[in-house]
Design a protein. Sequence first.
Length: 561
Amino acid sequence: MKRYGYDTSSKKCKSFIYGGCGGNDNNFETLAECRETCKDNSSEDESIPDACLLPSEVGPCKGKQNRFYFDQKANTCMPFVFGGCGGNGNNFVTEAKCLETCTKPSAPEENEDICSLPIKAGPCKAMLKRFAYDENKKKCVEFSYGGCQGNKNNFESMKDCTFKCEQRQPKPEPEAKCSKPIETGPCNAKIKRFAYDTKKEKCVEFYYGGCKGNENNFETMEDCTWTCEQRQAKPEPEKGPCSQPIKVGPCNAMMKRFAYDNKKGKCVEFYYGGCKGNQNNFQSMEDCTWTCEQRLARPYALQNECSQPIEAGPCNAKIKRYAYDNDKEKCVEFYYGGCKGNENNFETMEDCTFKCEERQPKPEPEEVKCSQPIEAGPCNAKIKRFAYDNKKGKCVEFYYGGCKGNENNFETMEDCTWTCEQRLPTPDPEQVKCSQPIEAGPCNARIIRFAYDNRRGKCVEFTYGGCKGNENNFETMEDCTWTCEQRKPDPEPEQDLCSQPITAGPCMAAIPRYGYDSRRGKCVKFLYGGCRGNDNRFLTRSECEQTCMGGATDPEVEGGE
């Protein structure tokens, strides 16, 4: 039976298991009685719960349930197999619950400032969400507590941490941080950060080495701008959300939202995590467009940005970047040192091209979308989407990760087909099957099948490996013959479609397309209404020329039509 006795070595009352007879008077039925009699003044908070002092007990039943108990000698939680009944309170379903119940952070020394203690996860393996004050960042941050040992710089909520540690002293004036020089520090990490450049009087990107440095070091452009540029007149309210970066936030929801992309100069779709984020977050494309794209035209900064020389800067990092080369009149790759330099510096070729080469005529939107590769993007969501596969010449299903990617990304097969496939008539399915090469596939089965041999002009037997391959694969000679040899000879499509007149059709859309003008002997741009028309309709000029002019290009300038 469970009893309590006074331990002279620890000077505390502790529980023990009494056999029921003999013993002595240092034997109390309750912890309170022991403390009252023996003058144990230890607080409840400092003591480990009674259950944690008990030995592990399997119990009389024969079940096999994985549980955890607190081992006083090891000062940590250990696994054991519980029979399923009986036992005692030193029995926890998870290691985390065991650690949380039976261990406590070590007590601080008298008068010790707990907020100045280092953030300590401890040696145990629980992953408990906690908060601590970070002396370097001068603010409370989230961390994962192992569940044992650690120290008192350990709070269960951000509110508790902030109240205890961030209100101790007045925060420095923004100018104190912002007037300090930009310092990468002596370490060799390359962490993207932002700092206030007193010469340029604005926040700039730089690469932080990972240690030392100073307070003029912000994790986001938004934090830097808010802290250091607020001394200048703030932008008008409607410009506020639109100038902020697109921020997914740390949570894992996948909420479809829209934001203004300052690099692309337009509203784009993105997936919001569900928490934090910022004001550049709209529930509909209409809201985003109305708020951000109706603004007055920005100052003519493009020319200034793109006309600057390409500067690597004095630092020694080798970061691949892109810049506009005014001599070559196009964007080129270069290696950025990691600090200083100028604004003619872009993270992707796409950004550079969009900003600096837009003075040249852009390709039509459909051409851009449909000719881009299919990109899932780096995120891990699995969102069913559709894209135009240039190799297969048709729209296909793929899984989008939820962020980045490109514009060859449609929510429905209908949208993809309407945008990318409407230029050509759908090929006859049987014709597609029969025109494919004979493929055995990579597997090693030996299955007798039949396929149409385009060289011989007839169906032949072949051995199929059992996997992959293609649709030119029939179980019987009869199926193959019926499908492929009964076809009528195909007319020469090039001659037929290229001799047709260029027709916009009766609908009212204005979709840029190209058609072959047989009188002028060249491909010209026209506006397709969106329905009917005929086959003399191509997505790009080059496709029209390849089909109707044998690949010969019009000597006139491409954008001249």
